[in-house]
Design a protein around this ligand. Structure first.
Ligand SMILES: Cc1cc2nc3c(=O)[nH]c(=O)nc-3n(C[C@H](O)[C@H](O)[C@H](O)COP(=O)(O)OP(=O)(O)OC[C@H]3O[C@@H](n4cnc5c(N)ncnc54)[C@H](O)[C@@H]3O)c2cc1C
Ligand SMILES: CC(C)=CCC/C(C)=C/CC/C(C)=C/CSC[C@H](N)C(=O)O
Length: 490
């Protein structure tokens, strides 16, 4: 018999087999990766559904500017994000590497750091401004990344974790727990970094990536610093192609609908133990309907303003998810930058293609940078074109007046507001993975750090966890000292 097929007794007493029915709620990178990994673990015999209320891709989406598509949500992928790398290879997609451009850090009045196109000059400038802080930061982030990379080995050996705290502890022990319990500001101060460096270099990286300052937890802070390292890449044609590709490869059926409630049910079986199921009710264009599933993986942020799913009749009740999400607005502008806004009267002297900002309440933008279409790898040069497509991140939608301050002229403006990431703080409390016996939640890990790879890791963990719990393989869940145990394995 196929794995993933359960035996039931049919009406006439003849034994027949019924496919196991897992459902995934949400078709973003987390949900599509969950479908892929569930298929990998449970095999051909299961019938997989992905319930999606909007477009497959979720927070991976593009906006069209004058006939070309640009990433408006999740855009860059780290070279050590091995799940994303594997998906792209497996799906036959291609990689695009963004063209580097010169960066400057603006504090609302002046540039406090200006990158040079000469690497030697740059090194001298960094040393002059920040001493050994930049070098020490690279080593600090490398050390965290080294520990983080342990997840791939654990998952390759099929190990799963029943809580986000256990997962992170298995990677970085008490160091990761400490990072979650303090802000990136505190963590870096304790590690000996200067306040000037934190304010002028670390804070701008937090603002460009997470739209928040250095009060965010130390773990997401470290991920954010990894997110400004070199070698970042994206998927040619758009990152969301990974989601549609994974769903196709998993042979899951996408059910268009908004899940409104989930309720545990017991179906009695003649001559056998009762079967426990979940009744998932969802809204479609033709009204309210529902299906029952053996396993449900929720791959969408829970909460009233988010997925808004009601958990009915669970005993004990599933607690409400109150963790708020932070708004980030992406604005794509095809136009000419008003360089005098940044203190450059002469546009010819302005060489920056990426502008980061420090924490200044007077600033109405978090960052802006020149971007290329998803099919393209850049303009081939380091200087921004006089007229280019700029991506602006801000907390609120930009007003016409603000756009006119930033741009001397523009041809088109596209806006996408997102409830982008959790509102981070320290100490960070992470939501559970196991909500009920066979009901799992992926997006709790986002509260440690939100990134495509984090959703993919959470997805593989949930698929492994569901598989082991379904088959009673307790030895593969929450193993202690995995790092030591696996050292001896090839
Ligand atoms: C502006 C922006 C920039 C970013 N940049 C990067 C980056 O450069 N690199 C990086 O790694 N990450 C980046 N991220 C973060 C990254 O995009 C997310 O962490 C990741 O895409 C989350 O994927 P997910 O599948 O977990 O959630 P989502 O993508 O949010 O997917 C959830 C899905 O569930 C669906 N859904 C919700 N409720 C229901 C319901 N009730 N019923 C049915 N379906 C439902 C939604 O429609 C959605 O499709 C960025 C995010 C934003 C917003
Ligand atoms: C999970 C690990 C180890 C690394 C991920 C590093 C990474 C790619 C972080 C970026 C996360 C993020 C939310 C970026 C948002 S903005 C991206 C980009 N700067 C842009 O301008 O679009």
């Amino acid at each position: 018999m196929f794995e993933g097929v359960c035996e039931v007794v049919a009406r006439r007493g003849v034994k027949v087999t019924e496919p196991l029915l897992p459902a995934v709620v949400g078709g973003g990178i987390g949900g599509s990766a969950a479908a892929y990994f569930l298929r990998q673990k449970f095999g051909r015999g299961v019938q997989l559904h992905v319930l999606e209320k909007a477009a497959v891709g979720g927070r991976l989406d593009t906006l069209d500017v004058e006939g070309s598509a640009y990433e408006a949500g999740g855009s860059v992928i780290h070279p050590l994000n091995l799940h994303m790398k594997h998906f792209v290879k497996e799906l036959g997609l291609s990689v695009a590497s963004p063209q580097g451009s010169l960066a400057g850090v603006y504090n609302g009045e002046e540039f406090v750091f200006e990158e040079s196109s000469w690497s030697f000059i740059n090194l001298l400038k960094l040393l002059w401004h920040y001493g050994l802080n930049p070098l020490r930061m690279s080593m600090w982030v490398e050390d965290i990344l080294d520990k983080f990379m342990r997840i791939y080995r654990y998952q390759m050996h099929d190990y799963a974790f029943s809580s986000n705290e256990r997962l992170l502890h298995a990677l970085g022990g008490d160091d990761f727990a400490r990072l979650l319990n303090q802000s990136i500001d505190e963590a870096m101060q304790k590690a000996g970094f200067s306040q000037k460096f934190i304010n002028q270099v670390v804070c701008p990286a937090m603002r460009v990536n997470y739209g928040q300052g250095v009060a965010i937890n130390g773990f997401v802070g470290a991920v954010s610093l990894a997110g400004v390292q070199s070698g970042l890449w994206s998927v040619k044609g758009g990152n969301k192609l990974v989601c549609s590709g994974l769903i196709y490869s998993s042979k899951a059926e996408v059910i268009p609908g908004t899940v409104v409630s989930i309720e545990p049910k017991t179906r009695s079986k003649r001559g056998g133990d009762p079967v426990k199921l979940y009744e998932v009710t969802y809204n479609t264009s033709s009204g309210l309907t529902g299906d029952t599933y053996d396993i449900v993986v929720i791959a969408a942020p829970l909460g009233r303003k988010m997925a808004n799913i009601t958990f009915r009749n669970f005993d004990p009740p599933i607690p409400e998810f109150r963790n708020p999400y932070h708004q980030t607005v992406t604005t794509l502008v095809h136009g000419r930058l008003n360089t005098s806004f940044f203190g450059y009267r002469d546009p010819q002297a302005f060489h920056f293609g990426a502008i980061f900002t420090t924490d200044n309440p007077k600033l109405f933008i978090n960052s802006l940078g020149v971007v290329s279409p998803v099919g393209d790898t850049g303009t081939g040069g380091k200087l921004p074109l006089p007229s280019a497509v700029w991506k602006v991140f801000s907390k609120e939608e930009l007003t016409k007046e603000q756009l006119s301050l930033l741009f001397s002229s523009y041809d088109s403006v596209k806006v996408k507001p997102w409830l982008a990431y959790p509102q981070y703080s320290a100490p960070e409390k992470l939501p559970p993975i196991v909500l009920h016996e066979q009901l799992y939640y992926l997006n709790g890990l986002e509260h440690a750090a939100s990134a495509m790879e984090m959703s993919a890791i959470a997805a593989r963990n949930a698929a492994l966890l569901a598989f082991h719990r379904w088959h009673g393989h307790s030895a593969s869940v929450d193993q202690e000292d995995l790092h030591e145990k696996l050292k001896t394995e090839l």
